[in-house]
Design a protein around this ligand. Structure first.
Ligand code: FAD
Length: 371
């Protein structure tokens, strides 16, 4: 990196680090460091890329709702392509799950409504006619262009004078004379008043390196496969999944389907790889719901969704270590919440949280884990 002295150092250039850094760069000298060669290598590059309002705890829903406007109307020049493309989500109830579906509809404030199973079969003819006995639709959902969103924030950061250091693993971290010091894999020592921990699955490990107690972050592995759903042309299918959340499938390009068993397997922080058994389970659950032969799995991957103990985000300052800010616990919602979460954390660091985000602050305060 050209400079070694910043106002803020952000560690981790996934979506959480990129959004926070871009917002802060409007006011401060910001350095963003990433241990990998590419910024979206870990969880950010491995998501299912769906925006769904009725998903996750209350803080997540508020940040998801608060991010919609950004996806619909990003600032001029932010990205060359639209950040969103409409795709309804259909929740299916196999026999025995009708009550769960009714509960989901009731809790959705009118954003999920019942739909006849026959209509779902018309939309997605590969579905087995006897799989579901009831269904509901969430029409306001959309696909997100994660790469465009992520790159847009990194571009904004650079345009505002921020610096990005790739292959720059933060090694040692300490606080000295009001400055946080960070050594990188390049042998540089960086300094800043504020340090942001946006290290994803490594969030607790990074805190410990900095002498800050962990908050109990748990990375959980999720599997995804891509199959050829021939003879069906699936581009206009909704995202389909069972209401008990044991699988979901969404179109990937014109002729492919991405399928996940919605698994959550405890994992250490690592470069997650799909497990053979999980891949087989995914294909099996898909075959139970669809009249489609899984002849070949074209591609599979896994990524780590990292959760705090109560599954809400941890965004805010570590009270005993002034200048150390957490930006972790994005779980399975880090992309759809990113525009609001980045603004919120940048606001906390500047001491000026936007009015519409203020009610979220106590819900995501990392100090709730210190009580
Ligand atoms: C299969 C799957 C499906 C998903 N589907 C959705 C979805 O539909 N919608 C949605 O909103 N979300 C979804 N998610 C969740 C979403 O992808 C995550 O919440 C989000 O990407 C987390 O971003 P992050 O920046 O916190 O983590 P990451 O992208 O993992 O970024 C953290 C970065 O920190 C870096 N780092 C760690 N330690 C150091 C260090 N010491 N020095 C320097 N750098 C370091 C890492 O290399 C990494 O790049 C899904 C996730 C998975 C796995």
């Amino acid at each position: 990196m050209d400079a070694h002295r910043f106002d803020v150092i952000v560690i981790g250039a996934g979506i959480a680090g990129a959004t926070t850094a871009a917002h802060l760069a409007k006011h401060f000298r910001v350095g963003l460091i990433e241990m990998e060669e590419s910024a979206g290598y870990h969880t950010t590059g491995r998501s299912a890329a769906i925006w769904m309002l009725n998903y996750g705890p209350p803080d997540v829903r508020l940040m998801t709702g608060g991010s919609r406007e950004f996806f619909e109307h990003p600032p001029e020049g932010f990205a060359d392509v639209p950040l969103m493309q409409r795709r309804a989500v259909v929740h299916l109830a196999p026999p025995g799950e009708e009550a769960m579906l009714a509960e989901k509809i009731a809790a959705s404030d009118g954003t999920i409504t019942p739909i006849p199973v026959a209509e779902v079969l018309a939309m997605a003819p590969g579905l087995r006619p006897d799989y579901a006995v009831a269904a509901a639709i969430e029409p306001e959902s959309f696909d997100m262009d994660v790469a465009a969103l992520h790159q847009g924030y990194l571009k904004l950061l650079r345009a505002r004078g921020g610096q990005i250091g790739l292959r720059s693993r933060a090694g040692q971290i300490w606080q000295q004379g009001g400055l946080w010091r960070v050594t990188t894999a390049h042998g540089e020592t960086l300094g800043a008043e504020v340090l942001v921990n946006a290290a994803g699955a490594w969030g607790d490990e990074l805190a410990v390196i900095a002498g800050v107690p962990p908050i109990g972050l748990q990375p959980k592995r999720r599997t995804a496969i891509v199959i050829d759903p021939a003879p069906y042309e699936v581009a206009d299918w909704p995202l389909l999944g069972d209401v008990a959340h044991t699988w979901y499938a969404r179109p990937e390009a014109r002729r492919k389907l991405m399928v996940s068993p919605a698994d959550e397997i405890d994992s250490p922080a690592t470069d997650a790889q799909p497990d053979e058994l999980d891949v087989a389970i995914t294909a099996d659950r898909f075959s139970q719901a669809f009249n489609i032969d899984v002849r070949r799995i074209e591609h599979s991957w896994a990524g780590l969704r990292s959760f705090t103990p109560d599954r809400s985000f941890a965004l805010g300052e570590e009270a005993s270590r002034p200048g150390f800010f957490w930006a972790v616990g994005q779980g399975g919602y880090g992309i759809q919440t990113a525009p609001a979460a980045g603004r919120l954390l940048a606001g906390l660091i500047r001491g000026e949280v936007p009015a519409e985000l203020q009610r979220i602050v106590p819900m995501v305060d990392p100090m709730r884990f210190r009580k």
